[in-house]
Design a protein around this ligand. Structure first.
Ligand SMILES: Cc1cc2nc3c(=O)[nH]c(=O)nc-3n(C[C@H](O)[C@H](O)[C@H](O)COP(=O)(O)O)c2cc1C
Length: 205
């Protein structure tokens, strides 16, 4: 069992890294492997909608997105972490996630997803909502917690003073471990739900 953790912050040791580390500690104790992928300091361009990925099975821009896609195919879950920039996710993490999910071609159904956001002061809920949009459209249960998954800080170590934020992240990770194990057991007992994706209606006629 494995969870990929996307660190969208430019600072590899910043607030998002602290929050992801708290989640990793809980997941590892539950026997779930974690890998943090540092995205926020990379030169990741946005999707150009060429749709070549649907023919060649990977993105035409051969960068960290294509390195991550096989790891996502193997993983049971993903945590997307982003600092709040102007009340939204930062540009790099959005470019990365949009290209990764559009091009990966893997079956995301019943992998679990969670978002983690960090802000100094405000804009966390709007950021959280945007990042969670990746999950519903892909049949991925979104992991709940005891609050929305946000921590507060300016530097990485500040997060540890946000006791409720830390508890929220740890609770999310505990729920994520439970869901991953439950889904694995459920697949064995009941099989995966039979969902169809045959319709494509674009309102232009
Ligand atoms: C370009 C930019 C925009 C930011 N916008 C916000 C904001 O809208 N609200 C906020 O509370 N903090 C804002 N911040 C601060 C960061 O969100 C905050 O310090 C965050 O915890 C940093 O996480 P990190 O250490 O993982 O990068 C902004 C920082 C930058 C560099």
């Amino acid at each position: 069992m494995k969870v990929l953790m996307i660190n969208g912050s430019p600072d590899g040791k910043g607030c998002i890294h602290t929050a992801l580390t708290l989640a990793a500690e809980v997941l590892n104790k539950e026997g779930i492997e974690t890998e943090e992928i540092h995205v926020g300091n990379k030169d990741i361009r946005g999707c150009i909608a060429c749709r070549r990925c649907h023919e060649i099975g990977k993105c035409v821009f051969n960068d960290l997105v294509n390195e991550t896609a096989p790891k996502l195919a193997e993983a049971n879950g993903i945590i997307i972490g982003s600092p709040v920039y102007y009340s939204m996710p930062n540009g790099t993490v959005l470019s990365f996630m949009q290209r990764l999910f559009f091009s990966c071609g893997c079956d995301l159904h019943m992998k679990v997803g969670a978002s983690v956001v960090s802000c100094r002061r405000g804009g966390n809920s709007a950021t959280f909502e945007i990042m969670n949009q990746f999950f519903g459209i892909n049949g991925m249960p979104t992991v709940p917690s005891t609050y929305w998954n946000d921590v507060h800080g300016y530097k990485g170590e500040d997060v540890l003073e946000d006791l409720e934020g830390c508890e929220t992240i740890r609770n999310m990770a505990a729920n994520m471990a439970f869901l991953i194990k439950s889904i694995r057991a459920g697949k064995e007992q009941f099989g995966k739900p039979d969902v169809k994706h045959t319709q494509f209606f674009n309102f232009i006629r």
